[in-house]
Design a protein around this ligand. Structure first.
Ligand SMILES: Nc1ncnc2c1ncn2[C@@H]1O[C@H](COP(=O)(O)OP(=O)(O)OP(=O)(O)O)[C@@H](O)[C@H]1O
Ligand SMILES: [Mg+2]
Length: 229
């Protein structure tokens, strides 16, 4: 199912006189199996665009659809459920719960989704295996390296078998070798499961490995480059 932003504008109004364009006239079609990078300077609108796709913020104008369904007309509760059903998230700072083990961090959103105990176990083990951490499920986040923590957060994101993974600067806290490994893991998951990715990055070294790069400037997609990796 396709995610579609059409002529989306997002204006942040902190006060009547103070209006900031987070996104202007942004149109993006995300198809199943896409691997997209949003690239642009600080403040250009990358996080805004990801939050719009996630339905975490609503457009000031323009349309936001998933599989033809208008996301902007859903209630807050419906949007939350929609996100849980279809999307997985990876963050710059991993956002693992420190009091839960790696295994329990992955289990948590599956419980929210109402899976049975047997299915949860099967999915958590599968996800840990995909990220190469099947022996580390019992460790707490502080007992893992940054790269390992990010792998746990990727396992958490994929365990619910979402249609789309959104990642805001997923490698920004990692050294270049680990950053490279995380992108390779994304590429593997994209290839093996046709899983769709959109992520933002500042990291020039990673950009050449990405099939489609959307350059963001002043809230606009200024250029899209597609090449074969
Ligand atoms: N909640 C908000 N209220 C007001 N202005 C905002 C808000 N969030 C973002 N902005 C503004 O919108 C513009 C785009 O911000 P955004 O966070 O999307 O950029 P970014 O490309 O993700 O930057 P960075 O690389 O630093 O993360 C900036 O001018 C920013 O100041
Ligand atoms: Mg950002």
């Amino acid at each position: 199912m396709q995610f579609e932003l059409s002529h989306v504008e997002k204006i942040y109004t902190s006060s009547e006189e103070n209006k900031v364009f987070g996104a202007r006239d942004v149109s993006i079609n995300i198809h199943e199996g896409d691997f997209l990078a949003l690239v642009g300077p600080s403040g250009s609108g990358k996080t805004t665009i990801l939050n719009l796709i996630a339905g975490l913020i609503l457009p000031s104008s323009g349309s936001l659809k998933h599989g033809g369904k208008d996301i902007t007309s859903l209630t807050l509760e419906e949007r939350t459920k929609h996100r849980l059903d279809y999307m997985g998230f990876v963050f710059q700072d991993y956002q693992l719960l420190p009091i839960l083990t790696a295994w329990e961090n992955i289990e948590f959103p599956l419980q929210l989704k109402g899976f049975s105990k047997t299915e949860i176990k099967e999915r958590v083990d599968w996800a840990l295996n995909q990220v190469g951490l099947n022996k580390m499920g019992n460790r707490f986040p502080k007992q893992l390296s940054g790269g390992q923590q990010q792998r746990v957060s990727i396992a958490r994101a994929i365990a619910g078998r979402p249609q789309l993974i959104l990642a805001d600067e997923p490698t920004a806290n990692l050294d270049s070798k680990t950053a490279q490994e995380i992108i390779e893991l994304f590429l593997k998951l994209n290839k093996d499961f046709n899983l769709t990715f959109i992520f933002s990055t500042h990291d020039q070294r990673l950009i050449d490995q990405v099939r489609t790069v959307l350059y963001v400037k002043d809230g606009q997609i200024s250029e899209a480059r597609t090449h074969h990796v």
